[in-house]
Design a binder for this molecule. Structure first.
Ligand SMILES: Nc1ncnc2c1ncn2[C@@H]1O[C@H](COP(=O)(O)OP(=O)(O)O)[C@@H](O)[C@H]1O
Ligand SMILES: N[C@@H](CC(=O)OP(=O)(O)O)C(=O)O
Length: 565
């Protein structure tokens, strides 16, 4: 049945006219009036016709129909799934907003408006914790270990988190009961840590989960308050099944069908925008809350994208996309318009904080484009990451820096031609559970770097003794030189043009008096890695950026037409 459209926002006066098109402006976002789920009908002096071309942006509804003037616009209310049009039965995309995008009530309002400005989408929203909440929670946990139970309530970071979330409740005008039990439980947990004088990896994951659990509840409540039907989900309750590697868990295959069933099923039964906690999962054996590694909400988003076979995965950040280098090292970094999954994965793995290292895998497997956008500057085109792109003109795409890397030079004590040397070296690392980043070998020696993220997840003292242990084990078969405070500079680009890249890179490094201690061209064909001293690394990145992206006479001299030099 057609009923008059009662938007709570005030319509701008719009006299009846002979025009076949009407634009109506509303104070409230139209989406919040659930117009998305309505069939719009235009009335021509009492004769109702299905509106042709019914479109709306956030606050403007534009309706046109054949056969004369429109005097009113009516909607057919949707009450249940029977009313979902065939193409409305699918969610369309996932939009992930990182901590910087939801750092305050004001930012949450802007993000809500941003989502509503895509009325054609039926998105799944993934959120990180507000601002720097995850860091604060970890610090609070560390302080709790030694501060004594009675002092827990005075931990600065706990006060900060409480104040931030309660202020956000107030400013958004939502009910504080949606997060009050979480805040109480958080304090109890910190008291538990203080009592035990211990913060295990498992407890760390449970502790940081409060950040995402609260941000999603706040945001869902706000959407519901402004009339946009939204439903909050804790990822660990809807099928995000992971390994039990606390602080760095991997998503297991069972996740995809479970998440699809839950989100799709709920949408079909009772459509409401899903608001899902990023970063969190549930260990398959422990059944405890796990986390996917720092920045893991990107992986949550791509996992949902693949699970539901969505059209696009959007990750909204505070930068205009993936940039030519870290803007904190060199502010003149430029957005990269297109990347392949392989380039993006390599970039993330080698240290570009902008994407989680594992996040490209589900997107690549599902062949779903990932768009990296700026929530502070939505009009910027951002970066589109797909399976393939035109590489004919590509030389260098981005420069990435990974600091504080440990390098090992391992020289066999045996004669040339001794088989099994490489196998012995790598089995030592396997036994110790340490992964290796960059490798260069000759018949009797290996230089390699150790993945710092695997070491970082351990206590500092443990790290030092693990390194001693590595050296001890390797010294049974080789002379080992442990070199710390190194950096890996990764040149992500078209390795088909490696000679050109290397020629140019080495000229820059020589001019800057930098000695490269190791070089490796990965099998991926998109990455050349150079190892230099930590204290020279940032200067190298800036000089390389200037040479590759800012003044380019060199390419004309060295590059040949077909790309090989
Ligand atoms: N190559 C790069 N391109 C874009 N941003 C980068 C790059 N390297 C480092 N960054 C940093 O990554 C930040 C965005 O990632 P992150 O903080 O994880 O975003 P969010 O919390 O919004 O998901 C940027 O603010 C920027 O400082
Ligand atoms: N809050 C988590 C997860 C995350 O993905 O955050 P962000 O999207 O802000 O990088 C972290 O800080 O690691």
């Amino acid at each position: 049945m057609a009923t008059a459209l009662h938007f709570s926002g005030v319509k701008t006066p719009c006299p009846a006219s002979a025009s076949s098109e009407r634009s109506l402006q509303y104070k409230q976002p139209l989406w919040s009036q659930r117009l998305r789920f309505a069939t719009c009908v235009a009335s021509n002096n009492g004769f109702y016709t299905s509106a042709k071309n019914f479109s709306c942006t956030s606050r403007v509804l534009r309706v046109s129909c054949e056969g004369g003037g429109i005097t009113d616009v009516l909607e057919k209310k949707q009450t249940d799934n029977q009313c979902l049009g065939e193409n409305e039965k699918q969610l369309t995309c996932v939009m992930k907003f990182g901590g910087s995008s939801v750092a305050s009530a004001e930012r949450m309002r802007e993000v809500a408006d941003l989502i509503l400005s895509f009325p054609q989408e039926r998105p799944v929203i993934v959120l990180s914790a507000m601002g720097k909440t995850t860091n604060k929670l970890l610090l609070a946990g560390e302080k709790a270990v030694s501060c004594g139970v009675t002092n827990v309530s005075t931990i600065d970071e706990l006060s900060f988190i409480k104040e931030l979330h309660l202020r956000t409740v107030d400013e958004l005008g939502v009910d504080s009961s949606i997060i009050s039990s979480h805040l109480e439980e958080l304090e109890q947990l910190l008291k538990g840590i203080a009592m035990m004088k211990e913060l295990t990896l498992r407890t760390k994951d449970y502790l940081v989960s409060f950040g995402e659990c609260m941000s999603t509840r706040l945001f869902a409540a706000y959407l519901n308050k402004i009339g946009v039907k939204a439903r909050q989900y804790d990822a660990f309750e809807i099928g995000f099944i992971t390994t039990d590697d606390f602080t760095n868990a991997d998503i297991l295959e069972a996740t995809y069908p479970a998440v699809a069933k839950r989100l799709h099923g709920d949408w079909i039964c009772n459509p409401a925008i899903p608001i899902v906690t990023g970063f969190l999962g549930k260990g398959w054996r422990s059944c405890a809350v796990t986390t996917l590694g720092r920045g893991g909400s990107d992986l949550t988003a791509t996992t949902i994208g693949k699970a539901l076979g969505l059209r696009e995965i959007q990750v909204w950040k505070d930068v205009d996309g993936v940039l030519t280098c870290d803007p904190n090292i060199y502010p003149r970094a430029e957005p990269v318009p297109y990347l392949t999954f392989e380039e993006a994965a390599e970039l993330a793995y080698f240290g570009a904080q902008v994407l989680h290292p594992q996040s490209m895998r589900p997107a690549r497997e599902g062949d779903i484009p990932v768009r990296v956008k700026n929530s502070y500057n939505p009009n910027a085109p951002g970066t589109v990451i797909t399976h393939a792109r035109d590489m004919s003109k590509a030389v260098l795409t981005s420069i990435v820096l990974k600091r504080n890397v440990t390098m090992l030079d391992i020289v066999s004590t045996r004669m040339l031609g001794q088989y099994g040397f490489l196998a012995k070296v790598f089995s030592t690392f396997e036994d110790l559970g340490i992964s290796v980043d960059v490798v260069a070998t000759s018949e009797v020696s290996i230089s390699l770097t150790l993945d710092p993220s695997k070491l970082w997840s351990r206590e500092l003292i443990q790290q030092a003794s693990e390194l001693d242990h590595v050296v001890e084990e390797l010294e049974k078969i080789a002379v080992v030189n442990l070199l710390q405070h190194r950096s890996i500079i990764s040149l992500i680009g078209n390795v088909q043009r490696s000679s050109l890249i290397l020629e140019k890179a080495f000229q820059v490094l020589r001019t800057n008096g930098v000695n490269v201690q190791m070089i490796s061209q990965g099998a991926s064909k998109v990455n050349i890695s150079l190892v230099v001293n930590d204290n020279e690394a940032e200067q190298c990145v800036r000089a390389l950026h200037q040479a590759f992206f800012e003044n380019d006479p060199f390419e004309v001299e060295c590059g040949s037409e077909n790309g090989s030099v």
